[in-house]
Design a protein around this ligand. Structure first.
Ligand code: NAP
Length: 285
């Protein structure tokens, strides 16, 4: 069997067309959705991510501001910038690009973002809302994975989903979203004994562990859906994921590539979260 490629870039493009219509409807009501991205320091990869996010906003007519603070900015300066953005009625979403320099308390900064503008969904209120199944912002990457599965028509109810990785931003919210969709979920991590025994039982395997090509074909159940969240730069400059794509696609039924899989879906869901916030503003005003 050769798997069908889950083309996240194409799905994201399709979603953006719908988002552009939502932006136009908001414009008719006098509202331009706005996202502010705060970048502290000069990490090259972070700059690329921030630029991509800003371009994605602008491509559908949303406003996007990037606030760059020097690597030596104090925590108080970062918090002051967030306070100003919290108070700006024209800004619907605030995102702080992580990681922050070591001298800044990441947790304190994330918690300073107004809950209604926390489009990354990392604040306690939003984490709690997801775990209780109440409305709130869902982190963009797991939301993007579910959107991708929905687009492919994967009916999650009753399937066994295995998530590899338990980070706060991907693995844990991923497991919660899949549970909310009635999948039976196994959450694996670095202390899991015999990882392959778990992954081989997965109808849906979501890998977010950060190990280049660590999932081989022998770890995939024939016919499974494989979603690869990992992203790594290889020695030859090309990108790869946590799954060995060429090997796994001979066993899986559907598989997301890297690049062009989960990455574009993550950015699309950032737009979706910001639009959701802007539409709530439209109802309030
Ligand atoms: P993270 O915070 O480093 O967490 C990695 C998780 O994987 C941890 O829970 C760790 O277990 C687990 N793990 C590590 N090695 C393992 C192994 N050999 N077997 C089983 N579990 C293992 O990473 P993250 O932020 O979740 O990101 C994961 C990957 O996704 C990275 O490659 C990252 O670049 C990528 N990513 C991509 C996107 C996107 O939009 N495409 C977004 C976010 C992240 P412990 O908890 O026991 O340490």
């Amino acid at each position: 069997m050769t798997a069908v490629r889950l083309d996240g870039a194409a799905i994201a493009r399709e979603l953006r067309t719908g988002f552009a219509s939502r932006v136009e409807r908001l414009a008719a009501a006098g509202i331009r959705p706005g996202l502010s991205v705060v970048l502290v320091g000069d990490d090259a990869a972070s700059r690329v991510y921030v630029r991509n996010k800003a371009q994605a906003c602008e491509s559908i007519g949303m406003r996007s501001d990037v606030h760059v603070l020097g690597a030596d900015a104090t925590e108080a300066q970062v918090l002051a910038r967030i306070a100003a953005l919290n108070g700006d009625a024209e800004i619907d979403g605030i995102l702080v690009q992580l990681p922050l320099p070591a001298h800044i308390d990441e947790h304190a900064v994330v918690e300073a973002i107004a809950a209604g503008k926390d489009v990354d969904g990392f604040r306690r209120e939003n984490v709690g809302a997801l775990s209780q199944g109440r409305p709130g912002f869902v982190p963009c990457t797991p939301r993007g994975v579910v959107a991708m599965l929905d687009h492919a028509g994967v009916e999650l109810r009753g399937l066994h989903a295995v998530v590899v990785g338990r980070s706060n931003i991907v693995g844990k919210p991923m497991a919660q979203l899949l549970t909310a969709r009635d999948a039976t979920v196994t959450l694996c991590h670095s202390r899991t004994v015999d990882l392959a025994a778990h992954t081989r039982r997965a109808d849906v395997l979501v890998v977010a562990a950060g190990g280049p090509k660590m999932i081989g074909a022998d770890m995939v159940k024939p016919g499974a859906v494989v979603i690869d969240v990992g992203i790594h730069r290889q020695a030859d400059g090309t990108l790869c994921g946590d799954a060995d794509y060429d090997a796994c696609r001979e066993v899986a039924s559907l598989i997301s590539p890297v690049p062009g899989g989960v990455g574009p879906m993550t950015i699309a869901m950032l737009l979706a979260n910001t639009l959701d916030a802007a539409e709530r503003r439209a109802v309030r005003t």
